[in-house]
Design a binder for this molecule. Structure first.
Ligand SMILES: [Zn+2]
Length: 340
């Protein structure tokens, strides 16, 4: 997830920002201390000494202002990669062939793990049917999506982690684990989100957050939800589309944030439609954004169709609107229908 304004600057952000600089300083010094301790215990281990040397070099790059700058092209190293590995000296375009191959292998493995976290296809629970489309812009996605069945209801969660690529996908798996472990405790929705938000705040660095819709649906069509700064959720019924705006700020922004819960009653045949900005923030060849109004009319136009057909209508709309251009944002679409 990246707003239009931040799309261009994200990559350079880490190298410039003083908060990030002090984050890396602390992080590198912490690693240095651990390495020194390990070196004392394993005097003959040359790999530890080599790592120590790399940490010292990174610290001296911080001092001279060259930290986060690619040594070949002198452009910024990708922010998400640097967060994962502050010892990096080259941008993605200037890795050695061996490094590129290792990275591709790692990403393939990560993509497989991420796919394994998704709910089963053709998902049904009680009087509910859910169909989804989950598509990373590159190998791994920063979109978060899960369906968790509980005794008489189920939880639906769909969100978008700030940034993209590997760092965003790591946060996404972190969220997955957090909500999976909290879900078993049958907490009221507001409490569930409060706990998850505090855990997220405590375990991430400044500037990392997630927009997210968390809801619970019962077999009789009752639904409650809270939206932490996420795009409007659409309630699709015979009488039309009802757009439901966010009820709180994104998760991870404030440790003490509260997330008010709203209630809905779905009739048989009604659906809920949730999505990430991979749908609403696409651009046509003239640079015009697709936007929320178009999302609403698209869903209204196809509301009588089956959930599968609604999803394929969205996908063909995206292809037509962007004239087949390569997508830059992760995409997740979810249709949940209350059936009889
Ligand atoms: Zn470079």
């Amino acid at each position: 997830m990246e707003s239009r304004a931040t799309k261009q600057q994200t990559v350079q952000q880490v190298a410039m920002d003083t908060t990030s600089q002090s984050y890396f300083q602390i992080e590198l010094e912490r690693r240095r201390t651990s390495l020194e301790e390990a070196t004392v215990a394993n005097v003959s281990d040359t790999s530890l000494r080599q790592l120590l040397k790399s940490v010292d070099e990174a610290l001296s790059r911080l001092k001279t202002g060259t930290f986060g700058i690619c040594e070949t092209c002198h452009d910024s190293i990708e922010a998400d990669r640097l967060l994962c590995n502050p010892l990096l000296r080259f941008c993605l375009d200037h890795l050695s062939t061996a490094e590129q191959r290792a990275l591709e292998n790692d990403l393939m493995l990560a993509a497989g793990i991420q796919r394994g976290l998704l709910p089963r296809e053709n998902w049904t629970a009680g009087n509910w049917q859910a169909r989804y489309h989950y598509e990373p812009a590159s190998q791994v996605s920063g979109d978060y999506f899960d369906l968790i069945e509980t005794e008489d209801s189920f939880l639906f969660l769909l969100g978008d982690v700030s940034g993209k690529g590997v760092a965003a996908s790591m946060l996404m798996s972190h969220l997955h684990a957090t909500f999976r472990s909290l879900a078993g405790q049958n907490l009221p929705l507001q409490e569930l989100l409060g706990h998850a938000n505090r855990l997220f705040c405590e375990s991430t660095t400044a500037g990392q957050y997630v927009t997210l819709v968390v809801g619970r649906a019962w077999h009789d069509g009752r639904v409650e939800y809270a939206s932490a700064g996420h795009l409007p959720l659409l309630h699709v019924s015979r009488s039309g589309i009802n757009s439901k705006k966010a009820t709180g700020v994104p998760m991870g922004m404030f440790c003490t944030a509260e997330f008010p819960v709203c209630h809905l009653q779905l009739e048989t045949g009604d659906s809920l439609f949730l999505y990430t900005d991979g749908l609403s923030e696409i651009f046509d060849t003239r640079g015009d954004e697709y936007g929320l109004a178009r999302v609403e009319s698209l869903i209204a136009k196809h509301s009588a169709k089956s959930p599968e057909q609604m999803l394929s209508a969205c996908l063909s709309e995206i292809r037509d609107f962007t004239a087949g251009a390569k997508r830059t944002d992760d995409l997740t679409l979810l249709v949940m229908r209350h059936t009889n």
